[in-house]
Ligand binder design. Structure first.
Ligand code: CA
Length: 461
């Protein structure tokens, strides 16, 4: 297999013909820790984990530098048969390192982070975490509900550096507080270009407080920086930790083609600007807490998303408390943690079918949305569910063009820019979006992954 891969890659670049495979058994954890960090590994080398459980690895430094043609691998000999458990803080630093086929089961963070794509100040670059599963990894000493006395923070995957791809993985059954995936930005470490695709984010029970998002891109304090990360073609199933499933807190990210299925939360542009939300599908099945897209801040594009049967909002464009912060802004006067005016937003060609509410302009603050253009969207519901807070103030900030609506009770909607139409049939579109959405997701060797995909697709046969 390796030979074949080398031949294929050989067409594009010269590979290291002397590459070595180092086989490690579960009783050789000390040797594993050494070989990943002592400079042994050269481009093209692989550390291959034999079947079995690797317990209590603690601090595990994977520091190595591959090349674009010759990555350095940490792989399971048989995907899913090398199981990592017990306390772990895996720190990946270097370039072109591939982690493939590992099952993290009943492992937990030694400290607060399970996996870091950096070691000290050395960050990872062009690495790939693929075909892995992280399932039921919860520190038994940390509470699974918010606690004023105890540290409840446990972050699974922490992305630093640049060009990290996380793909075809399965993440589920996180119960302790903290994120499944956090992208960390600082002044000296942003423009990440991370790529998160074809993963299944599965069951995450309600935490009971903030800090249980699935993915967060940045923080409020780093939210004016550009991450330029892409989160696309992932599935979020029963991600019920809190009301934000993906919390975008940075600029110039793309969130595209994701499927949110019966997930009690929303896709939220919480901080940062110029983010694109495109072709995402939300299927709420009227479950309490299911949401669509929440917008605040500026320059976003919201295009071709479909939102079906969310119990809460399908779309929320929120009132702001402050103006957009800029280089001259005194952070103390314009707290970065607050809400900045929604402005210069395009919302086009989306469909909102049987959502709880379409909420324009609600929330605390006095900075009403400005220059929000809504074009060619479709709204259907049993009755008019478009709620405009303080319309005399709010409506001036919206431009409505060629939107269509169908209310089951035939009530009229008097806003200009909306036309009443016959109910449009979205069942076929929902089916094709969902069935496309579950294709080629997660590690095919992991039964819970396949069961979750089956749970979704069975309703569309
Ligand atoms: Ca939150």
């Amino acid at each position: 297999m390796k030979q074949f891969a080398s031949i294929m890659l050989g067409l594009a670049c010269i590979c290291n013909a002397q590459a070595t495979d180092y086989f490690i058994s579960p009783n050789e954890t000390a040797r594993l820790a050494t070989i990943l960090n002592d400079g042994t590994l050269k481009p093209g080398d692989n550390v291959i984990l034999r079947d079995g459980t690797y317990n209590n690895l603690g601090t595990l430094r994977f520091s190595a530098s591959g090349t674009e043609c010759d990555s350095i691998g940490l792989r399971a000999e048989h995907p899913g048969k090398a199981i990592i458990s017990g306390p772990l803080n895996m720190m990946i630093s270097g370039k072109y390192q591939h982690i493939d086929g590992l099952l993290f089961h009943k492992a937990w963070a030694a400290g607060t982070h399970l996996i870091d794509f950096k070691d000290g100040e050395t960050r990872a670059s062009h690495c790939r975490f693929t075909n892995c599963a992280i399932d039921d990894c919860n520190d038994p000493n940390k509470p699974e509900k918010p606690s004023p006395e105890k540290n409840t923070t446990e972050y699974w995957v922490n992305l630093y550096g640049d060009n990290i791809r996380v793909d075809h993985c399965y993440f589920a059954n996180k119960r302790v507080g903290g994120l499944v995936m956090q992208m960390w930005l600082t002044e000296n470490d942003h423009l990440n270009n991370h790529q998160i695709d074809h993963n299944l984010f599965g069951n995450r029970p309600p935490f009971g407080g903030n800090g249980a998002e699935i993915i967060r891109i940045g923080h409020s304090w780093s939210s004016q920086l550009e991450s330029r990360s892409v989160v696309e073609n992932n599935v979020f199933l029963h991600c019920d930790g809190e009301n934000e499933i993906i919390s975008v807190k940075s600029c110039h990210n793309i969130l595209r083609g994701n499927l949110f299925y019966e997930a009690r939360g929303g896709l939220v542009c919480r901080h940062g600007h110029y983010n694109v939300m495109e072709s995402n599908t939300f299927v709420g099945n009227n479950l309490r807490g299911t949401l669509g897209i929440r917008l605040i801040n500026q320059g976003h594009t919201v295009y071709n998303n479909h939102c079906y049967r969310t119990n809460g909002f399908g779309l929320l464009v929120r009132m702001g408390v402050f103006e957009r912060p800029d280089a001259n802004t005194d952070i103390k006067k314009e707290p970065l943690t607050s809400y900045h005016r929604s402005e210069n937003i395009n919302i086009a060609k989306n469909a909102f079918v049987d959502c709880g509410i379409i909420d324009l302009g609600s929330g605390r603050g006095t900075k009403e949305p400005r220059n929000v253009r809504m074009t060619d969207n479709y709204f259907a519901n049993s009755t008019n569910n478009i709620k405009i807070t303080n319309p005399e103030l709010t409506l001036a900030g919206f431009e409505f063009i060629d939107n269509r609506y169908n209310w089951g009770d035939n009530s009229e909607h008097r806003l200009s820019g909306f036309i009443q139409v016959e109910a449009e049939d979205f069942a076929a579109q929902e089916k094709s979006r969902v069935m496309d959405g579950v294709k080629n997701i997660g590690p095919s060797w992991y039964e819970p992954n396949m069961n979750d995909l089956q749970y979704i697709s069975k309703n569309y046969k």
